[in-house]
Design a protein around this ligand. Structure first.
Ligand code: URA
Length: 442
């Protein structure tokens, strides 16, 4: 295999044979294909896509690059996970894992780091002092059986090829690609030994798919890849034309997730958690209808069990959260500034893309693969789309480490919040569509 030949053929829009693709991908893990060559290949896929057989070959190579956990661990409870295609302010997993466990599921959640302008669940969890997201599989199993849920990053054992590609795509602008996202998400989920999976496919400026048709095609591709391999998969298309909730930035998002677990938090965020939990229960066979799932999820969340379970999960994974403190002992940025409206108006839009890049500019996300991030920085929005604000009213609180950070953050928020004299904002509905596919019925 000559890597540059394979790259050239993909660059020129040719379809590769499954064996060629497999050789190229496994060659990358073995060191025969370099990061530079893989980056060029990913860009070629970004522009030219992959055909059905190529996508299948890529999914298979990624699944089998590591260990594949078999289903049927003897537990009567279904093993169900959720995965989001990524957005800004998306801290749903932190609420959903303990909520679904409380409802009777086993939730082996394997999450990612920030990707492109989006935040990642692992980075959020690691803002909890001491929290370990790298557990060996036996420790992961122990937490799962003790708490009912565990939240880790990809281990070296599970889909290691995706871990390498994910980090490279993050810094080479090759994330928003239907086949690359499909292979990335489905390979690790198919290696996790799940009974069912719920996908949260984000749509809008802050998502990797900004158009509904593209998001629907991505959702379809993912559910089909899963169902063809025996997995019950549901995809929800949800709005990312604005950030989810009010907080963006790692520790700030953990605080918002804790507020939701404690019975509060922004309404849209809470609603999405309940919808996803209901779909997980339905796909896992715990309820017969989504309505039944919704009421089970709402009452489980209101009962407080998920909060207690989240605290147990954090402590089982080394995290030190202190419920006796109002900030739970999470890191806080040294500088804070309230950004105020320069004029009266209606919030016509809040651009999640600008806000996501704003978090990176503050140091809360990466611009290079090896960067460490500042967990404390970010934004807390004081307004939502459609709100009318007076001149001088607070728009957002910026949490920064330096004066330069404050200035960059203020610039990002001013650019992100579209304040119009008189506008009728038309945000996407929170839930746009649902696709449910069961194995054998694709
Ligand atoms: N989440 C993933 O795990 N992979 C992607 O490619 C995008 C979002």
């Amino acid at each position: 295999m000559i890597p540059q030949q394979i790259i050239a053929r993909k660059r020129d829009g040719e379809a590769l044979a499954p064996e060629e693709l497999e050789a190229f991908l496994t060659g990358y893990l073995a060191g025969a294909v370099g990061d530079d060559q893989m980056a060029a290949f990913l860009m070629a896929v970004y522009f030219n896509g992959l055909e059905g057989e190529e996508l299948n070959a890529m999914v298979e190579a990624m699944i089998h690059s590591g260990e594949v956990i078999g289903r049927g661990d003897g537990s009567a409870r279904p093993r169900v996970d959720k995965h989001s295609t990524g957005g800004v302010g998306d801290k749903v997993s932190l609420v959903l894992a303990p909520l679904a466990a409380e409802m009777g599921m086993v939730v082996p959640m394997m999450s990612g780091r920030g990707l492109g302008h989006t935040g990642g669940t692992l980075d959020k969890l690691e803002s909890i002092p001491g929290f370990r997201t790298r557990l060996a599989l036996d420790e992961f199993d122990r937490v799962l059986s003790e708490v009912g849920c565990a939240m880790i990053g990809q281990t070296d054992e599970i889909a290691p090829l995706d871990r390498r590609l994910y980090a490279l795509r993050d810094v080479t602008a090759t994330v928003p690609s239907l086949p690359l996202i499909t292979a990335s998400i489905m390979s690790k989920k198919l290696a996790e030994g799940l009974d069912a999976l719920v996908l949260d496919v984000k749509v809008g400026r802050g998502a990797f798919m900004s158009r509904i048709e593209d998001a629907r095609a991505l959702a379809r591709a993912m559910v089909d890849v899963g169902a063809a391999r025996g997995l019950a998969v549901t995809a929800l298309l949800s709005a990312m034309d604005r950030p989810l909730g009010r907080a963006a930035g790692n520790a700030l998002e953990v605080r918002e997730a804790i507020a939701c677990l404690a019975g509060g938090g922004p309404a849209g965020f809470r609603e999405l958690c309940i919808e996803l939990a209901a779909e997980m229960a339905l796909a896992g066979g715990l309820v017969d209808s989504v309505e039944e799932g919704l009421s089970a999820a709402a009452s489980a969340l209101a009962g407080g069990g998920p909060m207690e379970r989240f605290l147990r999960l954090a402590s089982a994974q080394g995290g030190r959260l202190d419920p006796s403190r109002s900030d739970f002992g999470l890191p806080a940025a040294p500088l804070r500034e309230v950004l105020r409206a320069e004029r009266e108006g209606v919030v016509a839009a809040i651009d999640p893309l600008r806000l996501g890049y704003g978090v990176i500019a503050l140091g809360g996300g990466r611009t290079r693969q090896d960067q460490t991030i500042d967990p404390a920085v970010g934004f807390e929005l004081e307004v939502g789309v459609g709100h009318r604000v007076a001149r001088g009213a607070p728009l957002a609180v910026i949490h920064a480490a330096t004066a330069d950070g404050l200035a960059a953050g203020a610039h990002a928020v001013r650019e992100a919040i579209g304040l119009e004299a008189d506008a009728a904002p038309r945000p996407l509905p929170l839930l746009i569509d649902r696709i449910r596919v069961r194995p054998g019925k694709a």
